[in-house]
Design a protein around this ligand. Structure first.
Ligand SMILES: [Zn+2]
Ligand SMILES: [Zn+2]
Ligand SMILES: [Zn+2]
Length: 293
């Protein structure tokens, strides 16, 4: 059985003694080494904060990477500053507080709350289910992590021939589960905070967000990994233009954020299409060089 915690690291670089299993392995990350394969050619770790928690081999690779072929690409990874994290956290809590307290704009309140549920849900599912450690709750509940381990085996955004396409998108049953659990969570919040949101609205909002989220995820996750196939059992990939002026900023963020998730071994950037929770919960890693769209 595949084991997320003990997935074997790349057979290269300096050997790490098993006794000193680094943090990123315990956290369920996969491939240690960082290299930017497709879009960026070389990688340099620069900040102390990121170096402290990033794969050791990645740090060791600085200056020695074979991928350092292009001198124009000196990408580095860093965590956002404490100040910007504090600002984002305050803004998020202020918005949520407004939602709970204000009776004036019930629809706005519902949409903000639904976004919060979906973005935190995405973060939790990716972190605790897809990257579930062996024996953990998420590991016992679903096989999502088995698929996802395979997905992360490729240290490249361009997947290997034998990649399982099922790891790339949400299937219809997953979409349905999201509608039901999202509506249940919203209904619970409604009851706890006495929000007086009619249940039909809650359900409608959940349907809207599940469909939008899954369409975005399926479309963009497949596209980022350069897999273009028709899905029989999931919401379809929509064709879109990556650099269309209306969406380019968002597309760029999604590509940068998720390429980094793969580059650093899966232990950061759990959000894929819903920005926010990573930043607030301290799992956000930025890259200095944008990914080429
Ligand atoms: Zn991916
Ligand atoms: Zn493509
Ligand atoms: Zn992942």
């Amino acid at each position: 059985m595949l084991n997320l915690c003990n997935a074997s690291p790349m057979p290269s670089g300096k050997a790490t003694s098993p006794a000193k299993r680094p943090d990123w392995i315990r956290r369920g990350s996969l491939n240690a080494p960082m290299s930017i394969r497709k879009h960026v050619n070389s990688t340099v770790l620069c900040t102390q904060t990121s170096q402290a928690r990033l794969p050791p081999r990645a740090a060791a690779a600085v200056g020695t990477a074979d991928d350092a072929s292009s001198s124009s690409n000196n990408n580095s990874f860093s965590k956002p500053s404490v100040t910007s994290r504090a600002a984002a956290t305050s803004a998020a809590f202020a918005t949520l507080g407004f939602c709970v307290l204000s009776d004036e704009v019930p629809l706005m309140r519902l949409l903000v709350l639904t976004y919060a549920v979906w973005s935190i849900g995405e973060w939790i599912i990716h972190r605790y289910f897809m990257h579930a450690r062996a024996g953990s709750f998420g590991d016992r509940l679903t096989p999502l992590n088995k698929l996802h381990v395979e997905h992360h085996k490729d240290k490249n955004m361009t997947l290997r021939e034998d990649n399982d396409i099922n790891a790339l998108y949400f299937h219809y049953p997953n979409t349905a589960i999201q509608v039901l659990s999202g509506a249940a969570i919203l209904a619970a919040l409604d009851a706890i905070f006495l929000l007086d949101i009619p249940f039909e609205w809650t359900l409608g909002s959940s349907v809207l967000f599940a469909i939008t989220h899954n369409l975005l995820w399926n479309t963009m996750h497949m596209d980022m990994h350069e897999v273009h196939e028709d899905l029989q059992d999931g919401l379809p990939c929509v064709s879109y233009q990556r650099s269309h002026p209306l969406i380019q900023k968002y597309v760029q963020w999604v590509f940068d954020n998720h390429t980094t998730h793969h580059d650093v071994g899966g232990g950061w950037n759990y959000n894929v299409v819903c920005p926010g929770p990573d930043f607030i919960l301290g799992t956000y890693m930025e890259r200095s060089q944008k990914v080429k769209l």
